[in-house]
Design a protein around this ligand. Structure first.
Ligand code: GDP
Length: 366
């Protein structure tokens, strides 16, 4: 195929993968003005759509921010911080100021301490080498926190462009669409002032005569559960409303299964409470540790579901990670699924997750 470039964003046009940058259906190659699907939707439906790109392309594209001046808004999913915080960001954006925005706060239980979450996010960012000017918590679907974020953006950008950067699935499109509507009050602002982006694959939405809001493509996090599970299972494991903490008082030698996608063994310690923060629709099953292997071998996909049949075909085997809990209140985090807060100290647990994902432990902020 002769190389064609999208007249909107400049991405190389391809007709094979609808999820990747530059996709357009073969039928629209006949048109005079060839646009990728993302630009087509933006132009005709005023709608931002996320496209994902590979790590290398992402690095190339986003590192072009280093050569410009602007405010970088890093959007993350507070339900999957470990999976959505981009540790490579400082290298990519140079000296430009960064604002960290935790999206999906509507999923947190009412009891969760948002101030501690903000502090914890700031610390996480710092540990990852990200010096952030400020941290905001928002819900793009419900609109929480958007007014104060919009004010913050005006303040910190000092008349410069705003770059929105984030992994796929953090809610970047939902956020931008909402922000545009909220700040402009005009639904057709994107179409009327739409002009070809100057940087490959970036979409620019003018904020005023001199500056723009720039949407960068989302980077795919290969560790995300979303890569192993079927669309049906993804729906089940992704929280869609306020998460209700489920509390288990466990003795040592007891096991919790989270569907059949993850498992936590309480190996040794005094009786403690294990508080589970997962999608309300993900069943949790308690059993004795001595029966756990057999239960998993015989009832995966039935009693222990999800996985459904489609997921079972590609689900990697569970891999064990052991942890010692030495401080009061730690969380064992299953990326893309949720976490378990453990109150006591001096106990040992084993956490299992499909191979390729990494379980982590953190000081609890809940
Ligand atoms: P993108 O890939 O980063 O552009 O993410 P999308 O905007 O497509 O959102 C990914 C998923 O997260 C969708 O199912 C959204 O409905 C959902 N989502 C986005 N923002 C929020 C939010 O603030 N709260 C909740 N609960 N879900 C959200």
């Amino acid at each position: 195929m002769e190389e064609i470039f999208c007249q909107g964003c400049g991405a190389k046009i391809q007709t094979t993968d609808p999820e990747e940058a530059g996709y357009t259906p073969a039928s629209s190659l006949e048109r005079e003005e060839v646009l990728c699907k993302r630009c087509f939707r933006l132009k005709h439906y005023n709608e931002i759509q996320d496209v994902s790109i590979t790590d290398d392309d992402f690095l190339k594209m986003v590192s072009s921010i280093r050569e410009t001046e602007g405010l970088v808004v890093h959007l993350i999913d507070i339900f999957d911080v470990e999976g959505s915080l981009l540790k490579s960001l400082p290298r990519l954006v140079g000296n430009n100021p960064i604002i960290l925005v935790g999206n999906k706060v509507d999923l947190l239980p009412k009891s969760a301490n948002k101030r501690r979450l903000s502090q914890w996010l700031r610390r996480q960012a710092k540990e990852a080498g990200l010096r952030v000017k400020d941290v905001y918590l928002i819900s793009s679907t419900k609109g929480h926190g958007l007014d104060s974020l919009a004010e913050g953006l005006e303040h910190y950008r000092g008349g410069e462009d705003i770059y929105i950067v984030g992994a796929t699935n953090v809610g970047k499109s939902t956020f931008i669409n909402r922000l545009i509507r909220q700040t402009s009050g005009l639904d057709d602002v994107i179409t009327t002032s739409y002009f070809p982006g100057t940087t490959l694959g970036f979409i620019e939405i003018p904020l005023d005569d001199e500056s723009a809001l720039i949407d960068t493509p989302g980077i795919v996090n290969k560790q995300q559960m979303a890569h192993y599970v079927s669309a049906g299972d993804l729906k089940l494991i992704t929280p869609n409303k306020e998460v209700k903490p489920r509390v288990y008082q466990l003795n040592e030698q007891q096991t919790l299964f989270f569907g059949g996608l993850a498992r936590l063994d309480f190996i040794k310690g005094e009786r403690e409470s294990f508080v589970c923060y997962f999608s309300n629709r993900l069943p949790i099953h308690r059993t004795k540790l001595e029966n756990a292997d057999e239960l998993y071998a015989n009832h995966l996909g039935e009693l222990l579901a999800p996985p459904d049949e489609e997921t079972m075909e590609r689900l990697p085997a569970l891999k064990q990670h052991t942890f010692r809990i030495t401080e009061e209140k730690m969380d064992i985090v299953f990326p893309g699924l949720g976490w378990v807060s453990i109150t006591g100290k001096d106990l040992s647990v084993a956490a299992y997750i499909p191979e390729g994902s990494a379980v982590s432990i953190r000081k609890s902020w809940v």
